[in-house]
Design a protein around this ligand. Structure first.
Ligand SMILES: NC(=O)C1=CN([C@@H]2O[C@H](COP(=O)(O)OP(=O)(O)OC[C@H]3O[C@@H](n4cnc5c(N)ncnc54)[C@H](O)[C@@H]3O)[C@@H](O)[C@H]2O)C=CC1
Ligand SMILES: O=C(O)C(=O)Cc1ccc(O)cc1
Length: 302
């Protein structure tokens, strides 16, 4: 047992997966949860995500020694303002938001003296959302990044052991660096997927069924990613504006260069570009850094 009482604010994919995994691993004596809608709270209880649910976040954090903020990043500040006065001295507050600097700016002012705030981000998820979508194996062999900006060593060690206990590989990172790395690896790719699916949808000739029926793996994955939660992703782009715009600027420059190569028939440029990108993927796989192993407990992704 690492924590006595763990509290989840927001009971969707990430909180649900954490709750199931920590129950399986026996890392907490009691799990308390809260969500705005009564239906979400009922499903969470019925699925055994929580021992107890409360109607308000203020009630939920009472006596908790770990509080996990698992709401869209745009809602973190309001949640922190609500729970701040009710946090137990010595408690740790963490979050799982996909963006870190904006969340720290929104949450930190509401964390009282004597409470540890250690922002986090598990690099694991799916396009699903809601209290039905969580599963215990989600974090197995996936990275969880913790932001170590002056965190107390004991509290950081405890949260690290908690994430390791539910299968994650924990690393620490600085918040602005996190936001730039994630803009490259996750946020901009999601935007590209949204755009590509939008383009296909705009082509009147391509009916929905044709798009799915004749799509090879690449586009199929785009449609999966573009089915992700609209509110969550709206908030990610608004919260990680600068880094996303920086990467999008570079992306469009490269895209224009490739567009020009196609128009002018410059096959050598296309081939040399694709040769370089192929080497990057092979380098990642050979270095054993491809954590997306198909056998991490859930079977192959659909
Ligand atoms: N879905 C994914 O693949 C991943 C998501 N994250 C991050 O985790 C956090 C939670 O995401 P999911 O669990 O996927 O979302 P979800 O949509 O499955 O669950 C979100 C929960 O927050 C509640 N909520 C929404 N708006 C709220 C508000 N304004 N005030 C209070 N509660 C509110 C919802 O009712 C729900 O219980 C987000 O910050 C997201 O950026 C991190 C890694 C992966
Ligand atoms: O479903 C996918 O492919 C994802 O990329 C999941 C995901 C979404 C958001 C995150 O911050 C981390 C992981």
């Amino acid at each position: 047992m690492i924590y006595d009482r763990v509290c989840f604010i927001g009971l969707g994919l990430i909180a649900g997966s954490m709750a199931l995994a920590l129950r399986e691993a026996g890392l907490a004596r009691e799990i308390v949860g809260t969500a705005r809608s009564a239906r979400t709270r009922e499903v969470a209880l019925a699925r055994g995500l929580c021992d107890r649910v409360t109607a308000t976040a203020a009630e939920a954090v009472d006596g908790a020694d770990l509080v996990v903020l698992a709401v869209p990043v745009g809602a973190m500040g309001a949640v922190a303002a609500e729970i701040g006065p009710h946090l137990a001295p010595g408690a740790t507050v963490t979050d799982v938001g996909s963006v870190k600097r904006a969340v720290i700016d929104a949450v930190a002012p509401h964390i009282p003296e004597g409470v540890h705030f250690i922002p986090g981000h598990p690099l694991a998820g799916t396009e699903q959302s809601g209290p039905e979508s969580g599963f215990a194996a989600l974090f197995r062999n996936r990275f969880c990044l913790l932001i170590d900006e002056g965190a107390e060593a004991g509290a950081l060690d405890r949260l690290t052991r908690f994430w390791q206990g539910i299968g994650a590989r924990v690393e620490t990172m600085e918040a602005d660096h996190h936001d730039l790395v994630l803009a490259v690896t996750s946020h901009t790719p999601h935007l590209i997927a949204y755009t590509m699916v939008g383009v296909a949808d705009d082509l009147g000739r391509v009916t929905d069924s044709e798009v799915i029926r004749y799509s090879a793996a690449g586009f199929r994955d785009f449609t999966r990613i573009a089915a992700s939660d609209p509110v969550m992703w709206r908030d990610v782009f608004l919260a990680n504006k600068d880094a996303t715009l920086e990467i999008l600027g570079r992306f469009t420059e490269e895209l224009f260069a490739l567009q020009r190569a196609i128009r002018t028939g410059d096959g050598a440029q296309l081939e040399s570009y694709f040769t370089r990108t192929r080497a990057i993927r092979r380098g990642i796989v050979e270095a054993g850094q491809d954590t997306d192993a198909p056998d991490f407990g859930r079977g192959a992704k659909t």
